[in-house]
Structure formats: structure tokens, C-alpha cells
Design a protein around this ligand. Sequence first.
Ligand code: ATP
Length: 518
Amino acid sequence: GRDACKVDRCGHKGPTIHFPFQLDFHQLEHYDYPGFTLTCNPNHQTVLQLPSSVNLLVKNINYKLQTIDLQDPNNCLPKQLPNLNLSNSPFAFTRYSECLYNNFSLLNCSPPERDQHNNYNFVPCLSVGGYRVYAINYYDFSFDSTSCVKISGISSVPYYLLRGVEHHKGLHLAWSEPSCEVCEARGKRCGFKKYTSPVTVATQCLDIRKTTKVASKRLVAVLALGPIFLVLIGTALYYTYASHRKQNEDQIRIDKFLEDYTALKPTRYSFADVKKITNQFKNKLGEGGYGTVFKGKLSSEVFVAVKVLNDSTGNGEEFMNEVGTMARIHHVNMVRLVAFCADETRQALVYEFLRNDSLEKFIFSQNRNNNTLGWEKLQDSVVGIAKGIEYLHQGCDHHEYSFEMMLLEMVGGRKNTDATVQNTSQVYFPEWVYNRLCEGEELGIKAEEEEHGLIAKRLTVVGLWCIQWYPMGRPSMKTVVQMLEGKGDTLSMPPNPFDSTKHARALDNELPIIAEAE
Ligand SMILES: Nc1ncnc2c1ncn2[C@@H]1O[C@H](COP(=O)(O)OP(=O)(O)OP(=O)(O)O)[C@@H](O)[C@H]1O
């Protein structure tokens, strides 16, 4: 109970510190439960030391949500991330940032003549002397790293920590043990009760009033000591002045952050702007179902792809959906919507420019042996796309029907309805390839090394799982990512998606029998 009544803080603006946290100089009083130890640095800032000597400043502790907000003392979190390992600490990344990304490398790139890397995660605080540091994911294979040197690797991290402008936001962690949520929600103070196992701690709820009574008694004692009180007032005034100055500095930093953040949101252009950006639609990149795509230039270094929507494209619903959704999406595997145009008559979407051609061209390349995209790269692309779709689904298990066809088309190396194929049994590639796999035959594709054959087989089996007749039989995108990343040849074969008799029989079973009318 004594621990629960104790409230500390490092500076008058610092977060309040009470159970399950404690300041290290009160260590002796915590004879029953060590809690999470914090320290005060000489600048009266609160410091949390995480394993591997990662020291971070504590900005806020939310005892109700059991979260803690941390900042790097030098405002350069990416510098600490390679050492950050939470496995031996009571903390984990918060649910809000549950999208964790693996295998980032910090690359130091020599000064580019013109910055061709502007679409990647630039880390300003690590970039010195004209060199530029980027946080690049294993799957960013379009990133030209020839003039770069790897500084360090980051194994697992919430993606928001690597986005340049969001470094200021700091790191958000959560703890689950000891659990004080119930006490906090009841407006009570939480305290240690007993150990239920060597590592698990039971807590008890204590009345805060007791705490305030103790506090007010102390206040009376302080008032009695008048002269000391005056000194305290003087000190407090000094700190108020100092904190006011610091508040101003914080405000400037926040304003700068908001400015950057606003710059990230899609801008609205007029159609005249769009014409200017695309140089009168001079350079056509391609054509899709909804419009024509042109190359454009925002500045001497920033290129974009401008999709001018067909006049006949819907009643504006599709356009609003696209802008509404894309504006909220920030994912390493998703193209970024930079701007849009919605004049009375014309609509256009402005995306970041992707310089490495469309995947379609690589899939349907005639001479697969000579193309630059080998089987490993194809697999990497598929995993990247699957992760992007998983991010979009965020827990909903509905499928991206064209994803599985893309998998199968990659292996088939041709559209599965290719009418030029001689052997009619091969015309519907998915069915043909299912039968072949079931009979233990090779896929009959061009894969010179054994490992390539395994990749092709893995893509095919996952594709076949995803085209299962019944939606319930299809794996979630999360499972798809795991299947695609799985090593070796251990995937089981799915049931036959083309067995129409089974489907008919299953339907028979499911439909209720309706009696004929008399
Ligand atoms: N962000 C981009 N960067 C570079 N090229 C692009 C970009 N977006 C589209 N393109 C080019 O424009 C072509 C058409 O793209 P678009 O998105 O309109 O069609 P799609 O994806 O093929 O089909 P759909 O209209 O069904 O989405 C692509 O094949 C590609 O060559």
C-alpha cells in the first residue's frame, strides 16, 4: 500500500511516477515488488533504460491504457532502433502500431547528382556531410543501392518510426503486467498484492482519498515551515519561466511537424495544373480500365504518374472511394497518392512515380530466361503484394480475386485463357496445373535450379488454395503471407477447386428441402 501512495516526478513538468513505476533512488522502499525503474537525468528529464542500453526520455505515462510515450534524447529514434530489442523488457509495441515491419537496413548513400530516391524513407537526422541515409526494406528491390553502404539493420519495427516526418512522434510502448486497468478505471490507485508466480504479480485497488489525506497532512507541515516555503516559491517561479521557454520551443517543433504532415496529405490540383505537370499529356505510360496514365513532373526531382480518368468512369463514387482510401494508406508496398484533381468535368489521380515498369511486363515476358526478374524476385514481389493487401484488409478475410490469378499467371507465364495453346488440356492453366501436381508430375515450367522449381510450386499451391470454391476454404491474407514466406516444400495440397460434382453435392446438402405445394 505504501508504494501505491507514493507519487514522484523528475521535473515539475515530467510525468507522474507511481506504481508500477518507481524512481531508482526509492529502490529501498520497494521491498516487495521492483516495478519498472525510471531515473532522472541532470536536466530533470525522466529516463527509461531499455535492454541493450537504449536510453529514452519518458514524455507521458498513461496508467489507464498502460502505455508509455518515449522520445530519443537527440531526437533521432532511427539511431536507436538497431539496438532496440523488447524481448527482455516488460514492454511491447502498442496495439495502435501493431503493423510491424521486418528486415529494414539503414543505408548510407553517396550524394546523388539528382535525388532518385525521393520516394523512400529518408532519415534526415542520420544524414551528414551531404550523404543521405535511407531505411530500406528487404522488399524495396526497386531501390538502386549501388552507391550505398549498409550501416546497420533493424529486425522488426512499427513502420511509422521510419517515416521521416514522424520521428518527432516518438515511440509508443505498452505493458500488460502488472495489470492496473481495473483499478485505474474505477478511479482508484493500483498497488502490489502478491506474486502469483515468480513472474506474475497480483494487484489490489487502493483508495486515492487515503493518498490525498496523507498529502494534505504533508502540505500543512510544509506551510508551517514558512521560510522554506518562500524558497520553494522562488524555485517554482524560476521553473515556470524555464518551462515557458521550453513550451515555446516545443510549439515551434509541433508547428514544423504539422507543416510536414500537411505536406504528406494529397493536394488538390486544377485540371490546368494537371496539364502543366504532364507537359500537355506528352508522355503516356499506359492505359487501365479506368483511364490513361501519363508521366508528370512536380519539380526537377519529383516525378509522378497521373491517371486521367475516363469521362464515363462511374458517378464519382469510384473516384471518391479511391481518394478517400488512398489518402489514409501509408504502406511500403502501396503506391502513394500525392494529389488529385476534381474539376467539374475532369478527374485525375496523381501517384508517386514507380520507375521499374509494371509487373505484368515481367510476368508475360516472352523470354523468361533472359528477363531481369528471376524466380526469387518474383517471389519477393508476391510477398510484397500480399503484405500490401493484408494491410488493406486489416483483419477482414475477404480475398483479392485477381491476386490468386496473378500467382497462377506468374507460374504459367501466360494468361490462363491463352487460346493459342496447342494442347487443349492445358488451356485452363489452374485446372491443368492442379491435376499435374496431384499426379506428382513436374510443373513443366522453365526453372533451371531446384530452388526455382520449389518457388514455382509454392506460388502455385498458394494460388490454388486461394481459388477454393467456398470462401470458407480460402486462407486469410495473413496465412497467405506465411505460406508464401514458408521455407522448404511443406505446403499441403488444397482440395480440388474444380471438382464440380463435389460442389453440386455440397450444395445439395446445404439447401433445405421445400415441400411441394398441395
Ligand atoms: N504509379 C505509377 N508509376 C509508373 N507507371 C504507372 C503507375 N501507375 C500506372 N502506371 C502505368 O500505367 C499503366 C496503367 O495503369 P492503371 O493503374 O491505369 O491500370 P491497371 O493497373 O493495368 O488496371 P486497372 O485500371 O484495372 O487498375 C500501368 O500498366 C503502368 O505501366
